[in-house]
Design a protein around this ligand. Structure first.
Ligand SMILES: *[C@@H]1O[C@H](CO)[C@@H](O)[C@H](O)[C@H]1NC(C)=O
Length: 425
C-alpha cells in the first residue's frame, strides 16, 4: 500500500469515527439512507481502493458548484460558446446515438439503420433505465431521459465522439419532424453532422410549436396553471445555476432530443455535469417534473442563451437537407397542407351526414330523416379531387426540396451562411 493510499484510508476512518460520534449511529443511518445508493454509498460501501482512486465517491456539491474564477466559465458563470469548425468536405464524423429506454422496443435503431451502424463511425448506446445489468444503464432510474443523457456525458467525457445524439426510445412520435414522417430513423439518417458541429447544440426538432418563440416566463409572478413548470423552474434555477440571474423567458422547441458536438460538451467542465446529475439524484421533485425542468434548460446549458429558436426552414434545410428555398416557400408548403386537411375534414363531414341519412332511411325513421341536412350531391367527388391535387402538389414540392438539399451551396444560402466553392455541407 502506497503512502498516499494509507493516508487516504486513515483519513476516511477518522472522518467516519467523527461522524459516528456526532450522529450517534442511528441518525447517521437515516442521513445516509437519503443519499442515492446507486452512486456508491448506502448498501455498497466503496472499497479503500476506490476511495483512494477518487472513484465511487459521492460528489460534493460544494466542490462542483461553479465559481466565478473557474477557467472555463466567464463572469456570468457560463462558458463562452463559440461556433464550431467543420472538417474539410467529405471527411467523416464519428457519432454515437444515445437512447433512453425502459420497456420500449428499440430494435428499429439497428434494423432501420443497419447500413449506417455497419460503418466504423456510427455507434449507439442504448441505456436501459431499469436494468442495472444492461451494458448501458444510469446509476438510478430517476428523472427520465435526463439521467441517461448526463450519465453518457459523464461516462464518456474523455472519449467523446465528434457528435453525440440524444433521443427517446420511440421510432415514431408526434414531436419528431413532420417532414421526416415523424420517424426518428429518418432523422438520424439525414441529420447533418456539419450543422451540429457548427451550432454545437442542435435541437433535433425544427418546428417551433410547442416551445418557441416565447414560452416559459420563469420569473413571472403568480402561477400560470397551464405552465406550472414556470414556478418549478423559478425554484430550481437557483440550485442549478447559482451564478446566473433567472432569465425572463426560456424558449426552445420542445421535447428534449438534441445533438451536441464534442467541443460543445467539453466547453463545460465535467464537474458541471456531475453537479447537474447530482441535483437530479437528490431532487425531491417527481421524476416527471425533474425531467421536465431540463427540457427547458438544455439549450441554456449548452449555448448560454435563454432563447434558441432557429428558423424552421433553415433547420430543415441545413439540418436535414430539405430545402424549400426560403422561409416563404417553407410556409407555403404548410399552407397547402392546411388547405388539404381542411378538405379532408369537409369530406369526412360529408360522409358522416350521408351515412346518417342512409341509416335513417333503411330504418324507416322518416321524421328524423327529414330533419337531417342532406349533403350536397357530387360534393364528395369534388373534395376527393381537390385532396388528390393538393397531395400531389405537396409531394412535388417536397421532392424538389429534397433535391435542392443535396447541394451544399443551397443549404448554405438558405441558412444564411457564407459558402465558397469546394466547401462541403
Ligand atoms: C420489436 O419490434 C420489431 C419490429 O420493429 C419486432 O420484429 C420484434 O419482434 C419486437 N420485439 C419485441 C421484443 O417485441
Amino acid at each position: 500500500m502506497t503512502y498516499q493510499r494509507r493516508f487516504a484510508l486513515l483519513l476516511i476512518l477518522t472522518i467516519t469515527a467523527i461522524a459516528g460520534f456526532l450522529f450517534h449511529g442511528k441518525s447517521l443511518q437515516t442521513t445516509w439512507r437519503h443519499i442515492p445508493q446507486a452512486i456508491g454509498l448506502g448498501e455498497h460501501y466503496p472499497s479503500p481502493e476506490e476511495i483512494a482512486d477518487g472513484s465511487n465517491i459521492l460528489p460534493d456539491l460544494r466542490d462542483s458548484r461553479p465559481s466565478p474564477d473557474d477557467q472555463h466559465l466567464n463572469s456570468k458563470g457560463h462558458a463562452d460558446f463559440l461556433p464550431g469548425t467543420t472538417k474539410p468536405a467529405g471527411e467523416k464524423y464519428t457519432r454515437t446515438v444515445v437512447l433512453a429506454r425502459s420497456q420500449e422496443n428499440t430494435t428499429w435503431l439497428e434494423s432501420e439503420l443497419s447500413d449506417l451502424f455497419a460503418l466504423e463511425e456510427w455507434k449507439h448506446a442504448v441505456y436501459v433505465v431499469d436494468d442495472p445489468r444492461a451494458p448501458f444503464h444510469p446509476p438510478k432510474n430517476k428523472g427520465h431521459e435526463v439521467m441517461v443523457y448526463l450519465s453518457f456525458i459523464i461516462d464518456h467525457y474523455e472519449k467523446l465522439p465528434d457528435l453525440s445524439i440524444f433521443m427517446h426510445a420511440h421510432r415514431f412520435a408526434w414531436h419528431n419532424n413532420e417532414l421526416l414522417n415523424t420517424d426518428a430513423a429518418e432523422m438520424l439518417r439525414r441529420l447533418s453532422p456539419e450543422r451540429v458541429i457548427r451550432e454545437g447544440y442542435m435541437n433535433l426538432r425544427c418546428h417551433w410549436d410547442p416551445g418557441c418563440p416565447d414560452w416559459l416566463h420563469p420569473g413571472a409572478l403568480g402561477e400560470n396553471l397551464e405552465k406550472q413548470e414556470e414556478t418549478l423552474l423559478a425554484r430550481s434555477w437557483g440550485e442549478l445555476f447559482p451564478l446566473e440571474p433567472i432569465p425572463a423567458v426560456l424558449s426552445q422547441p420542445c421535447c428534449a432530443q438534441f445533438a451536441l458536438s464534442r467541443e460543445r460538451i467539453l466547453a463545460l467542465p465535467k464537474s458541471r455535469y456531475v453537479y447537474f446529475r447530482d441535483w437530479l439524484l437528490r431532487s425531491e421533485l417527481s421524476d416527471y417534473l425533474s425531467g421536465r425542468v431540463f427540457e427547458y434548460i438544455w439549450h441554456f446549458i449548452f449555448t448560454g442563451r435563454s432563447i434558441v429558436c432557429p428558423a424552421m426552414h433553415a433547420c430543415y434545410c441545413d439540418g436535414y437537407g430539405i430545402c424549400f428555398g426560403g422561409e416563404k416557400e417553407f410556409d407555403d408548403w404548410f399552407e397547402i397542407r392546411f388547405r388539404m386537411r381542411e378538405s379532408e375534414t369537409r369530406l369526412s363531414e360529408w360522409m358522416y351526414r350521408e351515412k346518417m341519412i342512409e341509416e335513417a332511411k333503411t330504418e324507416g325513421r322518416v321524421e328524423e330523416e327529414a330533419e337531417l341536412v342532406v349533403p350536397e350531391l357530387g360534393r364528395d367527388v369534388e373534395l376527393r379531387k381537390e385532396i388528390k391535387r393538393l397531395q400531389e402538389e405537396l409531394d412535388r414540392r417536397k421532392d424538389r426540396a429534397l433535391e435542392r438539399g443535396q447541394d451544399a451551396r443551397n443549404r448554405a444560402v438558405e441558412a444564411g451562411r457564407q459558402w465558397r466553392e469546394g466547401d462541403g455541407f
